[in-house]
Design a protein around this ligand. Structure first.
Ligand SMILES: [Zn+2]
Length: 488
């Protein structure tokens, strides 16, 4: 090669390297990429890391890195909601009541005698309630007036009927805590409908308000809508406790986790799914959170990806889809001999899955040969110069038992698709809403999703169940459990 050619080549490579390095440093604030594509670990420093690094101390106007957190705090320091003293909003049209339901005590609280309708009664309270009626191909909202009476018994005692009051969720410093009560403007089915629009159909509070106004002529405040969504979460929590026990007793549990944001802070959403149950949990990524899900005495099989928190469990299947994807990256990239290793790994892993699936499982000689070849190939590439190749070979060898566990255990799925599918819904919700805002909100969101996912898995009419759940929680009655099998 002549000197000119060499210079030309060196120049072209320099340009190529420069453009690649530049586009690798871009994020949503410096390109047209969506914010959801940003690195979850570097959200705080979005937009300035590359610039700050390159300029070093040369630019005195550049903000020091600790300001990133400060700016975030400033943005979030203002509490949500109306400021004290701000002008309120009122209903522009009165509620037209179509029926009146009297509530009178039927038994005397003192002498247990029956209280007939002929006794003297006095109205002690009333409230309106909007309820959604689900008919054949119809939705209708009706307003009912609930009237409560006090009745004087012949024994002299005055018994009073009162709306039921259920559990509550308190947060220190909050002016108005969440209290489940039958004395509520929104009836159980309408509250369920609102929770469904939010949790299942991923509508924001504002969009739900708009939808109810446009399509049902319902005027509800954002706070009322928020309250309905939270009521479903609060009512779901005890049910989820029960579901956690069922997961702990299962034979096979799929586990996965995905980034989640709570007020812009990185958290993790965990999912544990079995054949009949799915539970979600928003927490840190530490190992203790895993223990909170499956307990520390779990005896069944775990199907997981390669995350270290799972490594200690003795009965575990490593998700092969992840390994196949990594092998494909090697096969399609420029890794010299490593590309060949990637291609063979992908081919052999796929073949192993097929063979075991076709009933050639157990320890037939063909399967044994295949396993020996994968292991041998990994050993040959364990000390490869390319880091990615070396890492993948080491990863498989270090976790060999978990990679091939499904060969000996016939019911064990070789991939973690179940858990990843269970997380899909929440991942899309995160991209729309940027996560939750409070600890309470995260807890309720995870509990609500768990109940919805489990009902759908078990073939139960989700919203009828949810309505019964909210009604029971408001009246402080025992909460219905999710039936294990749909009644045909
Ligand atoms: Zn009495």
């Amino acid at each position: 090669m002549s000197r000119e050619e060499l210079e030309e080549l060196a120049w072209r490579w320099r340009e190529l390297a420069r453009s690649l390095a530049n586009s690798a440093g871009e994020d949503s604030s410096t390109s047209s990429r969506p914010p959801s594509s940003d690195d979850p670990y570097r959200r705080g420093e979005r937009g300035k890391p590359a610039a700050a690094d390159r300029d070093g101390g040369a630019a005195p106007s550049a903000a020091p890195p600790e300001n990133a957190g400060e700016r975030c705090e400033k943005k979030t320091a203002k509490p949500a909601g109306k400021k004290p003293g701000a002008k309120g909003f009122w209903r522009s049209q009165p509620i037209v009541v179509s029926a009146e339901i009297p509530h009178a005590p039927i038994v005397c609280a003192a002498c247990q005698g029956a209280l007939g309708p002929n006794l003297e009664r006095r109205c002690v309270g009333a409230h309106n309630s909007l309820e959604l009626a689900r008919g054949e191909m119809a939705l209708q909202v009706t307003a009912t007036k609930h009237v409560y009476f006090a009745v004087r018994c012949p024994c002299g005692h005055r018994s009073i009927a009162r709306p039921g009051v259920g559990s509550r969720s308190d947060i220190e410093g909050r002016r108005r805590n969440l209290q489940m009560s039958e004395c509520c403007l929104v009836g159980p089915m309408l509250a369920t409908f609102i929770a469904a629009l939010s949790l299942r159909f991923r509508l924001s509070r504002r969009k739900i308000q708009e939808f109810l106004g446009d399509w049902l002529s319902l005027e509800l405040g954002v706070a009322t809508i928020e309250r309905c969504i939270h009521e479903f979460g609060l009512a779901s929590e005890p049910v989820v406790e029960q579901l956690i026990q069922e997961v702990r007793a299962a034979d096979i549990v799929h586990l996965d986790e995905t980034p989640w944001y709570q007020r812009g802070v990185l958290r993790w959403m965990w999912v544990a799914t079995t054949a009949m149950t799915t539970i979600f949990r928003i927490a840190s990524r530490r190992k203790e959170e895993l223990t909170a899900l499956i307990g520390d005495a779990f005896l069944g099989w775990l199907v997981t990806d390669g995350y270290v928190a799972y490594r200690d469990h003795p009965r575990r299947q490593r998700c092969l889809a992840h390994l196949i994807r990594k092998g494909l990256a090697l096969a399609q990239g420029w890794y010299g001999a490593g590309s060949g290793f990637g291609r063979e790994l992908v081919r052999d892993l796929r073949r192993l899955i097929e063979r075991v699936h076709d009933g050639e499982g157990g320890e037939t000689s063909a399967v044994k040969r295949l396993m020996a070849r994968i292991e041998w190939n990994c050993q040959c590439n364990r000390h490869e110069v390319e880091k990615k190749v070396r890492d993948l070979a080491g990863e498989i060898l270090n976790d060999w038992e978990a990679v091939v566990a499904f060969v000996a255990a016939p019911n064990l799925p070789p991939t973690n698709n179940e858990a990843e599918r269970a997380l899909r819904h929440a991942v899309i919700a995160r991209r729309i809403s940027f996560g939750t805002r409070t600890d309470e909100g995260s807890r309720f969101y995870a509990a609500g999703l768990s109940v919805i996912a489990t009902c759908r898995q078990r073939g139960i009419e989700t919203w009828a169940y949810a309505c019964g759940l909210i009604a029971a929680a408001r009246a402080n009655l025992p909460l219905p459990a999710i039936p294990t099998k749909a009644l045909a």
